[in-house]
Design a protein around this ligand. Structure first.
Ligand SMILES: Cc1cc2nc3c(=O)[nH]c(=O)nc-3n(C[C@H](O)[C@H](O)[C@H](O)COP(=O)(O)OP(=O)(O)OC[C@H]3O[C@@H](n4cnc5c(N)ncnc54)[C@H](O)[C@@H]3O)c2cc1C
Length: 454
């Protein structure tokens, strides 16, 4: 099909929280949307055998980087939100405002549309309650965290949350994709986008691989939402240079200890937490399936501990890391932890150890490093403007890659707000703009604009 004959108003590449929101909002307003998604769209079973090929394939969904640190991403409809913990941290509003972006209105709309309440006592896991109680006893400001969970559908004794939730209790980006499709959007799964087709400085379509063939699809507006790793790779292939450098991925460790009689192992993760905003450390409970614990234990040679499970209380320490590293291609990233990153993780370990020992834990130890929120690879202020537009007209980016700075907190609510805001922009609707945006807002200062003017 040639550009002029496109049957779609917009092509969205990737169906994680960023892409799914844009697709939903555009389709709600009667726009025809094509979603191109690399992964499958099979119904969620909530099994380890289904999760592994979508989230743990080395060089695809599990990218190994320096220091043997593994970085996980979900390659399936819904992206990483299929395997996330569904904790709804508030967006970094003040930071975004310094870049000329105010998503308060959009985030308020999101809060009406997705569940986001702290978990009830009945649904708190035994390990989560143990962590919460011990932290409070020691005087930590431990709060119940808001969850993107339909609590009436959640089963307290289940441990399949991290494998994907077959009960539909965990809100994920598929909820928005489903709505988009009910409104007429089309989705092609197994479609891996290679590049955006640029003609006369306009994005006119995309080239993608599907069933061993190379195909093209055309639309007047293209939104790349392939996530913190996928988007810079596509943009680089499309002639946008300098993307994919100096990114964050929120490294984490687990701290584990045996507390006799706690009967842990089941229930949701990240339900209560302590945040140290100045230090960039967040500490939460983290119930994990036994197989995951065995893998983490073997990684640090804790062979003896690997088979203890029901009396183990795991705590997660996640930190705001320094911007560093490079996305080399879809299979390879490079980013080591700096001395400062490790110091933060160690500081978190000291807090967690204290909390576990106060709860009566013995044999407290920590896991190896892991990361799960890659972002800042196509930064607002460097590669996209405050409207999330690249240097090419009609080519936008909407996912975690646009985050301009490291925040150290799970970003889903921010991405839903940014997705809504971008849809309003594309639809020409009114939205909050900030006139006093600082110099960091580069609407008129994108790479390539000089050439354009010339
Ligand atoms: C284990 C885990 C726990 C987490 N817990 C939380 C939490 O509690 N709270 C929170 O807010 N966040 C959490 N997160 C992070 C959150 O899930 C991600 O930040 C979020 O999903 C990122 O959304 P995104 O739109 O940027 O991209 P993604 O979710 O990464 O989606 C990108 C999509 O693009 C597709 N894609 C990639 N490349 C291509 C291509 N070339 N062509 C076509 N499609 C492509 C992928 O298959 C994927 O579907 C967690 C993440 C993980 C892994």
């Amino acid at each position: 099909m040639e550009p002029g004959n496109s049957k779609f108003d917009v092509i969205v590449v990737g169906s994680g929280p960023g892409g799914a929101t844009v697709a939903r909002e555009m389709s709600l307003k009667g726009k025809s949307v094509l979603i191109l998604e690399w992964g499958d769209n099979d119904p969620v079973k909530g099994t380890v055998t289904q999760m592994v090929p979508r989230a743990l394939v080395p060089g695809k969904s599990m990218l190994l980087t320096g220091q043997a640190l593994g970085m996980v991403r979900g390659i399936t409809t819904g992206g990483s939100s299929m395997y996330y913990c569904a904790t709804a941290f508030d967006p970094p509003m003040a930071m975004l405002k310094t870049y000329g972006i105010d998503i308060s209105l959009e985030v308020n709309e999101v809060r009406q549309e997705v569940p986001n309440m702290p978990l009830s006592d009945e649904l708190m896991s035994p390990a989560g309650s143990c962590f919460e109680q011990s932290a409070l006893e020691l005087g930590y400001d431990c709060q119940r965290l808001k969850k993107l969970v339909f609590q009436d559908k959640c089963e307290p004794d289940c441990q399949r949350c991290l494998y994907g939730c077959p009960q539909g209790a965990k809100w994920n980006a598929r909820n928005f994709v489903d709505e988009a499709m009910q409104n007429g959007a089309e989705m092609i799964n197994g479609a891996k986008v290679n590049k955006v087709i640029i003609e006369n400085r306009q994005a006119v379509g995309v080239e993608y691989k599907h069933k061993k063939g190379i195909h093209r699809a055309f639309a007047p507006t293209i939104v790349v939402a392939a996530g913190g790793i996928g988007s810079p790779v596509i943009l680089n292939n499309s002639g946008i240079r300098g993307v994919g450098r100096d990114f964050f991925f929120d490294p984490l460790i687990f701290v584990l200890g045996r507390v006799d009689g706690v009967r842990s192992g089941r229930g949701l993760s990240m339900c209560a937490g302590v945040h140290f905003p100045e230090e960039g450390i967040v500490m939460t409970d983290f119930n994990m399936p036994h197989i995951m614990k065995i893998l983490f234990d073997l990684e640090v040679f804790r062979f003896g501990q690997a088979f203890s499970y029901s009396n183990v209380v795991p705590i997660m320490i996640k930190v705001r890391d320094s911007l560093a590293g490079r996305v080399i291609n879809d299979h390879l990233i490079w980013k080591g932890l700096t001395k400062a990153d490790k110091q933060k993780l160690n500081k978190g370990f000291t807090h967690a150890k204290k909390i576990l020992e106060n709860a009566g834990a013995k044999n407290v130890y920590k896991s190896w490093y892991l990361a799960a929120h890659p972002g800042g690879t196509v930064k607002i202020g460097e590669h996209v403007d405050a409207d999330l537009k690249t240097k090419f007209d009609n080519l936008y980016v909407c996912d975690c890659s646009v985050m301009p700075e490291e925040c150290g907190l799970p970003p889903t609510m921010t991405l839903l707000g940014l997705g809504k805001r971008l849809a309003k922009h594309l639809l020409g609707e009114k939205r909050v703009t900030i006139n006093q945006a600082s110099d960091k807002t580069v609407a008129n200062n994108l790479p390539g604009d000089e050439e354009k003017a010339a």
